[in-house]
Design a protein around this ligand. Structure first.
Ligand code: NAP
Length: 312
């Protein structure tokens, strides 16, 4: 018979890795299934300065590496596979993946979120050719170039600051005249002379022959359209998009209650199906941060252990 894990965790971001650490430490047979890179969205974050105890200039990547090692040291096994379907209703839950099926007494869904696209003409065609969703991955390609960032939240403003390491100038294109980003992050950006702002503006079209060459924006108050083109010898510009994220809940939504796509849980991370938990950005909550994801993961693993104990 195939192995039955005590807990299977879907996703190896801060929520999943912390759940793995707590479950492993509680002596549970723990499997973490991750389809991409460990770390989830933070693997692409240049600097995490608000996670307690994070080191100076701590990157999402380095924090993830330590979290992952810690979970592994306590016995959690991390594998690469893509979850296709889950059958969570039975006492023993089945997780169908691309490579193999797995079984577990409890499941913690910590699959996180995925970046939202602008959805304008040219975006799809020019992604990876001047348009990016990850400053840490692609920032260095834009050395001494003019770079534009779309969005006004923490991600957009933090990544705009990061991009000033490489770019000649970074312009934040935001649809309102007030940033959503937290005040300390805003303050840093306003103090950075390489950063400019285009307020009340949205991106309508992206043009380029093989590489991004022009951004068409529209002022939502005046309706005026502007074509931003690379100046001087540069024939290309860069555009980084940070306009929020969508939860990765398609395969879970038919089994679990969701609100605007996010999984509904109680304070113990329990969903309405016994033995099934959700943790991190994928669940309905007010504050999506590394610390709240980690806290969710710890609570979910603790409650999964209690649930298993109650069945003995
Ligand atoms: P977010 O906070 O949801 O911000 C999204 C931004 O994109 C908003 O400014 C929004 O404008 C804008 N936007 C949304 N749809 C748009 C569209 N179609 N066209 C143009 N602009 C659009 O997303 P986020 O910045 O990715 O952050 C996600 C979560 O992670 C947040 O909870 C954030 O606090 C957290 N986070 C935390 C840190 C940190 O603590 N260091 C770092 C990164 C992210 P409006 O403002 O007008 O709505």
């Amino acid at each position: 018979m195939d192995k039955i894990y005590d807990v299977i965790i879907i996703g190896a971001g801060p929520a999943g890795l912390t759940a793995g650490l707590y479950a492993g430490r509680a002596g549970l047979e723990t499997l973490i299934i991750e389809k991409d890179e460990e770390g989830g969205q933070i693997s692409q974050t240049a600097e995490i300065e608000n996670y307690p105890g994070s080191m100076e200039e701590e990157s999402g990547y380095s924090l993830t590496e330590r979290m992952s090692k810690q979970a592994g040291d306590f016995g959690a096994v991390i594998i690469k596979d893509t979850v296709k379907e889950i059958s969570p209703e039975w006492e023993i839950k089945t997780i169908k993946c691309e490579k193999k099926d797995y079984m577990a007494k409890t499941v913690i869904i910590a699959a996180g979120t995925t970046p939202v696209n602008i959805g304008c003409p040219g975006e799809k065609e020019l992604t990876g050719k001047g348009i990016s969703y990850c400053a840490t991955c692609d920032g260095a390609f834009f050395q001494d170039m003019d770079v534009y960032v779309v969005g006004g939240g923490n991600s957009a403003v933090e990544e705009a600051i990061y991009l000033t390491r490489y770019a000649k100038k970074v312009t934040v294109i935001h649809r309102r005249e007030k940033l959503r980003a937290e005040k300390p992050i805003q303050k840093k950006a306003f103090a950075n002379e390489k950063i400019g702002f285009m307020w009340n503006s949205v991106v309508k079209e992206l043009k380029g022959d093989g590489f991004l060459e022009a951004i068409i924006t529209e002022n939502i108050i005046s309706g005026e359209k502007t074509e931003i083109k690379a100046d001087g010898e540069d024939s290309s510009i860069g555009l980084f998009v940070f306009i929020g994220s969508d939860p990765k809940t398609e395969i879970f939504a038919k089994h679990l209650k969701t609100e605007r796509g996010y999984i509904v849980t109680n304070d113990d991370m329990e969903t309405e199906i016994p033995g099934v938990y959700a943790a991190g950005d994928i669940r309905v909550k007010n504050l999506r941060q590394v610390i709240t994801a980690a806290a969710d993961g710890a609570i979910a693993a603790f409650c999964a252990a209690k649930y298993i104990e109650s069945k003995i």
